[in-house]
Design a protein around this ligand. Sequence first.
Ligand SMILES: [Zn+2]
Length: 377
Amino acid sequence: MAWYPGAERMELQPESDGQPAIVPTQLILHSIAAPWTPQRIFEYWRDSTNLESHFGLGYDGAIAQYIGTQTRADANMYANRRPDGTGAVSVESASNLQHTDPWTDAQVETLIRLGVWMHQQHGIPLRVCRTWDDPGYGYHRLFPQWSDGGTACPGDARVRQFLEAVLPGIVARAGGGPLPTPRTPTPPPPAPEPAVARYQVTIGGLVYGYGAHGPHVREVGEALVAHGFGTHYRSGPDEDWRDPDTLNYADYQRSLGYSGADADGVPGESSLRGLLGHLPAPRVVSLAHVRAAARTDPGAEQGHRTYGDEVRIVEQALVDEGLLDPVWVDGSLGTRTIEAYAGFQRRLGYQGAQADGIPGQRSLTELGDRHGFTVTD
Ligand SMILES: [Zn+2]
């Protein structure tokens, strides 16, 4: 078991003690399609799915380690542990929901430091993996064997950063030349685990399937539970679509007589309409309405509401960013909400009077991209 001294240790059980040993020969980088902290990533793997990585990296560069680097983690399909006992160490990183955004400077710095440690601790050679089982550094979508038949993780911006900043940074700082790669013969690997469908579909303007996020995801989960298809939830349902949502939805599809790919747990329009009795519509927030609320509500009596439904959507997004206490999701764009919004603006790099807590086009659109609402004028 090796634990990176630069990471906060949040040991994930039973995986950490229960999974077989590996000789780590690769470091593979991921984006988790959610703007999560290392603590939130830990809770996700503890409560919701067993496709964990060794490390989780927040937007601010904070990193946690969940499993020792000489124990198998399950995010990289056939590279988790190969027949010769070698395997990949993996890092999930906070991203927007489509994982299209670049890593922040703080994330790049942490990835470089971790990469240097992996070289020094485990002798990972300072190069891009040339094949799926070749020792080195890589990113999840580099080889199809690293996922269940292909993945979009991470997005183009992060692939560019991997090649232009992260790996060159590791090479420059590790120096001293690569160490020999350890290889140890070991017994045959365990049988492959069943894969859960992880693609997304868009129905009525909203995204469903693994990684989807928003109140409509919670609505589906609650309807599944209400219809008796909640057996795979250990916690939730909530606003994040995870593997248990897919497994429960598949049970529901089979109850309708679907089979094969039609019962893979990713919704179709008719099964969704049957489950909910309607199709959820996208959430829309008007910039002008929210700005009007920001001018009116703080000066009015406590709890005054202007366009409360739209403000509530913005407030919930600020809660999901970790910037607002859930008790303030009240539809009133008061002082607390403005302070929280200013925090979001600073997170985007706004300074001084630009981070005044009054929503603008660019910041509100970014918040909507991250938390599943559309912004109109
Ligand atoms: Zn990935």
